[in-house]
Each structure stands twice: as structure tokens, then as C-alpha cells.
Write a protein of this length. Structure first.
Length: 334
């Protein structure tokens, strides 16, 4: 990036010294393993970093989101922070001026060119803004996927964790990158990247290749705060429809499901009672209250009405405590 083109970026929240290292970061990106990626350090000026974190914590509303893929708190898409007639949105926008300034800097022509050069993408990155802030509290996570949706061309994550208390491995929340085998992600990550304050991880979105996840966050009192988004191209990446993780899941559904029959058929309507042999086998593990026939009808009725039922204290107390103890012991070794 020439000095002339960099002029506008110099006046923003971005660290100009970092933007001069295009060649260094481009080389690191191409050498990334298990697929090209790079962690750009010191992206923001120190003053801007602290202002952004404070504005986010004091003024941005987050919504708890949980699916089979992720569990996190997320703000609205920051693309909405534009001049408009929505009074409430404009009031919120006025409270986060540094965040708005960062959004504008990231999607400026100059910074898009910086990203394009670093990632070596042949695709032109368009102005479309697509990003939001995310906070992972204890238990928060994001399961493995490749980010391929529509015209996403480059993924980025800017970490806004506490600069005064460096994030450590025992706090969880690492970005995990996966290699592939036979077109599918391997079971264990090939690399883990800590959410280090003021760093930005960036990579080209590549169908069936750029598999990544966020490990479960273990920290209770310090949220894992980040700004995550995508740079888009005018057209989807080549072969996106055939090789993305979503496409592979659809292919898997085409395979017929084979069910092995039970050893003995269950009569229509279910079993009315348990044999003495059944009860004797269950007594070793199950709370005796759940083995009383007069309670089964209540459980059956609740299940029929709501489609599910929660059985509190289902296991014997001493057995449950022993199982919990062993699970915690194994978990602490990981």
C-alpha cells in the first residue's frame, strides 16, 4: 500500500505502523498451517482499543444466541450504524463513536486493499459491511464450520480482550483451525490461536478447507470480547456450492439411515410396567423414586403434553457424585 493511499487510514483508529507490514504479513499468511491465515498484531492504536472496549461494554446491547452450532452474546450487525431516521439507533450510534470510526476504517478502500494484499485474494473486496461484536461468557463456544456462505471472501476476527490481563490458555476460548482428510475436517484441531488483545486473525474463505471453531470459554468473570466479520466479493468463491461444509451436510442427508431392530419388539403404546428383573437392574443406578409405578403415569402424561420431560435427581446421589468427580478429573487433565 502506497503512502498516499495510506493517508486516510492514518487518521483513523488503526495503527499505521502495522499497515506498513504488508509483505511480512502476506508471507506469514501463505505459510499458515493447516491453511493460509495470519494473526496481525497491534492492529489498533492503544488509545482506540481501550475506547472501543469501554464503548462496547457500556453502550452496546447484546442478545444471547444459542443453536446447535454456537452459544454466545452478539450485538446487532454494525452495518446498521449509518445515518437514518431511526432515533433510537442514532442515539446508540452517538454513544459509540470510536466503534463507528473503526467500522468505517475497516471497510475503507485503503484497508480492503491491505487485506486483499495480505491474503492474496484475486477477488476484489466490495464495500459491503458485515460484522458484529460477540461476547463469549463461560460455556460459550462455536463449533467447526468453514464460513462459506454467499459472497464471503475473507474472514476476520479482532480480539478485544482485556489488554491489562493477557488471555491465557487455561481460560479457553481459543480459535481452533482444522486440517482436512477426504474433504472433511479432522477430529482434532491442528492449531490453536489465543484471543490476544489487539490482534486480528484473517484468512481467505475457502470452501471445504477453512474449517475453524471457538473452544469453550472457561473464564467466568472476564468475557471473551471480539469483533468478527467478513469482507465480501461480488461473486461467491469458486466451487462454493459443491464443497462448503453446508453442502457436505446436505450430501450426508442423502444417505439412507439404517436402523437396527431392537432385540424384542415393544408393543404398540409402549410398556405398561417393568418386570422385577428390569427394576432390579435399574435399582443399582436410578433414584428409587423413579422406580415406583404410581409415578410413571405422571411422567408419561407430562411427556405426552410437552414432548419432553426433565427428571431431576434421576441417578442415585452417590453415583451422580462419583460420575461428576470422574468427569471433572478427566476435564482438568485436558
Amino acid at each position: 500500500m502506497s503512502a498516499q493511499k495510506r493517508r486516510k487510514v492514518e487518521e483513523t483508529v488503526l495503527n499505521n505502523e502495522t499497515l506498513k507490514k504488508v509483505a511480512e504479513y502476506k508471507e506469514a499468511h501463505e505459510e499458515g498451517n493447516p491453511y493460509p491465515h495470519v494473526a496481525v498484531q497491534d492492529l489498533l492504536t492503544g488509545d482506540a482499543l481501550r475506547k472501543i472496549v469501554k464503548e462496547a461494554k457500556d453502550n452496546l446491547n447484546t442478545t444471547f444466541k444459542e443453536t446447535d452450532l454456537f452459544k454466545m452474546f452478539q450485538t446487532l450487525d454494525l452495518a446498521n450504524f449509518v445515518e437514518c431516521e431511526d432515533k433510537e439507533l442514532m442515539e446508540m450510534r452517538a454513544k459509540v463513536p470510536t466503534i463507528v470510526k473503526l467500522r468505517d476504517a475497516l471497510y475503507s478502500k485503503e484497508f480492503r486493499e491491505f487485506v486483499r494484499e495480505v491474503c492474496g485474494t484475486p477477488l476484489e473486496l466490495v464495500e459491503r459491511v458485515d460484522m458484529a461484536m460477540q461476547a463469549y461468557s463461560k460455556g460459550g463456544h462455536l463449533l467447526c464450520h468453514d464460513d462459506v456462505i454467499g459472497t464471503r471472501a475473507v474472514s476476520f476476527i479482532i480480539y478485544l480482550t482485556d489488554p491489562d490481563e493477557p488471555w491465557s490458555e487455561d481460560m479457553g476460548g481459543s480459535l481452533e483451525l482444522y486440517g482436512t482428510k477426504d474433504g472433511l475436517p479432522e477430529s482434532l484441531p491442528a492449531k490453536r490461536i489465543l484471543p490476544t488483545a489487539n490482534s486480528m486473525v484473517v484468512f481467505r474463505v475457502t470452501p471445504g478447507v477453512t474449517f475453524h471453531s471457538v473452544a469453550e470459554t472457561l473464564q467466568d468473570d472476564t468475557p471473551r470480547l471480539s469483533l468478527q466479520g467478513w469482507f465480501h466479493s461480488a461473486k461467491p468463491p469458486p466451487s462454493a456450492e459443491e464443497t462448503s461444509s453446508l453442502a457436505m451436510l446436505k450430501d450426508l442427508k442423502k444417505e439412507p439411515t439404517v436402523f437396527n431392530p431392537l432385540p424384542a419388539p415393544i408393543p404398540e403404546g409402549g410398556l405398561d410396567t417393568l418386570s422385577k428383573k428390569d427394576v432390579a437392574a435399574l435399582e443399582k443406578y436410578v433414584n428409587p423414586e423413579y422406580l415406583k409405578p404410581d409415578g410413571w403415569e405422571k411422567i408419561r402424561a407430562k411427556f405426552a403434553e410437552e414432548g419432553s420431560v426433565q427428571l431431576m435427581g434421576f441417578l442415585k446421589k452417590e453415583l451422580a457424585e462419583e460420575v461428576l468427580k470422574e468427569c471433572v478429573a478427566v476435564d482438568e487433565k485436558d
